[in-house]
Write a protein that binds this ligand. Sequence first.
Ligand code: SF4
Ligand code: SF4
Ligand code: FES
Length: 278
Amino acid sequence: MSSKAQLKVFRGNSEGGDLKSYEVATYPGMVVLDAIHEIQAAQEPSLAVRWNCKAGRCGSCSAEINGRPSLMCMTRMTSFPEGEPITVTPMRAFPIIKDLVTDVSFNFEMAKKVPPFKPPPRQADGTYRMAQEDIDRVQEFRKCIECFLCQNVCHVIRDHEKTNFAGPRFLIYLAGLDMHPLDTLDRRELIKDEFKIGLCNVTKCCTEVCPEHIHITDNGIIPLKERVADDHYDPVRWLLKKVGGGTKKEKAKLPIVVDQPSPTTRAASPQAKRAADE
Ligand code: SF4
Ligand code: SF4
Ligand code: FES
């Protein structure tokens, strides 16, 4: 027998908006994205929501469900107490386009700033060789589906939007490149000065919300912080570098100068206003 669930869904745009209540019939296995689709199909055809796979693979359906950054397609309706309304709001760190759809272009602009993987020439037999244990280490970071839930929850991005801090998603990307056994670029100066790793104070909120269960802080950010600190603050390494005995990697430069989304646009978003009021 089906029962009913109450949902409070944010409706609005960059000018503002509010929560609107809906009731949907539930069924076994239903997820929050199903409920949103039910509302779209039967009650509110103009409700905007971004999704693609409905399988936790594309990273499109990120939202805040009862305040927790989550994928709507991977959140069962049965995970909430029966009879209590479920609140669905857009990601708070990014400007709203409409309803549950946010403008996540900040992340794509940040991705463009990362100097890409640069392997050495192939070996004489046309192959590359790597130790399995070296590649196992970076494999974890490749599970990222770019849902940007970690970016959304990171307080440095949420509350200090003028810093240009890369955020956890891109710090693990940079960690994966830094630890890659074949990569020939040294990005550590950029990681310190451009991507501002020092602003991360290891609160681990990003790790808690990652739907891929990537150990963002313990396996990515902390080792990367140590590598950057060793390079810049370890006197022995510093001396080695000065006499040319340090890393043989080529120093990376920013690939292109990219305009970040205007902080004023972000500050004008209803989420930012909400955050300022809290
Ligand atoms: S651990 Fe660092 S990157 Fe992750 S949420 Fe906290 S401040 Fe942001
Ligand atoms: S690291 Fe995890 S939370 Fe962050 S974007 Fe990738 S999959 Fe999403
Ligand atoms: S729809 Fe693809 S992750 Fe949810």
